[in-house]
Design a protein around this ligand. Structure first.
Ligand SMILES: C[S@@+](CC[C@H](N)C(=O)[O-])C[C@H]1O[C@@H](n2cnc3c(N)ncnc32)[C@H](O)[C@@H]1O
Length: 295
């Protein structure tokens, strides 16, 4: 990161939480949209650092693939020079509506062009982009190697791809009882398998380098970012963690015995003794992996 960037105050997240909540309530956006928006607000400074670290000098044509609520598109527009264009692409018109709003609220919103598009058939000529960013989306796409090949096609030689993903086993590190944690992660794995989802995709963070290589990116590098917080959590960090834990509880409920479920409830329910959200001595770590490669 350049010293001038380090000294400047990072812009906050441009996503409008009320717009996201309304879209979730009316069923237009998935349940997890509020959790993701809280994540962007809670870790805005660190997430922008990831963008700065990955940003290649002299990038002008920039793609935020599967842009979702547009938080990254707006931050990319803030980093980009005045003559750059940030393309925010998503397959969902409902996400694009939120992203368009976020881009308009960003300082340099004029540079963002929101477009409906499919990751497998991008509306760009061969070798036309300088930088592609793709956050927490590759895991959800049916053929991640095919998507990476499509990104290889649209990047110019020397252009850069950066993918942010997580690994469900190691995404949120909490000071819970180790035995409970093991049972919970086992139950999470069983829940993924039971829902006939491809369970492996939730652990994609550990596989990214191999996927890059299969798609033709010969040399890649990985940086893991640890966001450390101390309890008692407040604000967006608390909102994010509470939504995360609630979703984890709902997913795993059917795969835990009564005793373990009760222990989990005590750990995640505000006001109950031992609740991690209220614990002033809780150390909480969130991990994100960014794998990047030059074309
Ligand atoms: C988990 S969200 C992540 C959004 C955003 N990148 C972020 O980090 O907040 C996954 C996104 O992928 C988009 N998506 C799913 N399939 C897609 C496809 N085939 N082409 C483009 N976007 C797609 C969804 O609409 C959704 O916005």
């Amino acid at each position: 990161m350049s010293p001038s960037i380090l000294n400047s105050v990072p812009p906050a997240c441009a996503v409008n939480p009320r717009q996201v909540r309304a879209a979730v309530s009316s069923g237009r956006l998935p349940e997890y949209a509020e959790m993701l928006a809280a994540y962007h607000r809670a870790f805005a400074a660190e997430l922008q650092t990831m963008l700065f670290d990955a940003w290649p000098a002299a990038a002008r044509q920039v793609l935020d693939l599967a842009c979702g609520d547009g938080a990254y598109s707006a931050w990319l527009a803030d980093i980009a020079p005045a003559n750059a264009t940030v393309w925010a692409i998503d397959v969902s018109p409902d996400w694009l509506r939120v992203a368009t709003h976020s881009a308009a609220r960003a300082e340099a919103g004029r540079q963002v062009v929101a477009l409906a598009g499919d990751a497998l058939r991008l509306p760009f000529a061969n070798e036309s982009l300088d930088f592609v960013w793709c956050a927490q989306s590759l895991y959800s796409l049916p053929d991640s190697v095919a998507v990476l090949r499509e990104l290889h096609r649209v990047l110019r030689p020397g252009g850069r791809l950066a993918v942010l993903e997580d690994d469900s086993l190691h995404q949120v590190l909490l000071p819970w009882n180790a035995e409970l944690e093991l049972k919970l992660r086992q139950a999470e794995w069983a829940a993924h398998r039971d829902a006939r989802r491809s369970a492996d995709r939730y652990y994609i963070g550990r596989e990214l380098g191999r996927l890059f290589a299969k798609a033709g990116f010969c040399s890649w590098s990985k940086r893991t970012y640890a966001m450390n917080r101390q309890g008692p959590l407040a604000g967006d960090e608390r909102v994010f963690l509470q939504l995360y834990l609630q979703a984890l509880r709902d997913d795993t409920e059917a795969f835990l015995d009564r005793r373990d479920l009760a222990a989990l409830e005590r750990f995640i329910t505000p006001g109950s003794p031992g609740c991690v959200l209220d614990d002033p001595h809780a150390a909480v770590t969130f991990l994100d992996h960014v794998v990047s490669a030059a074309r």
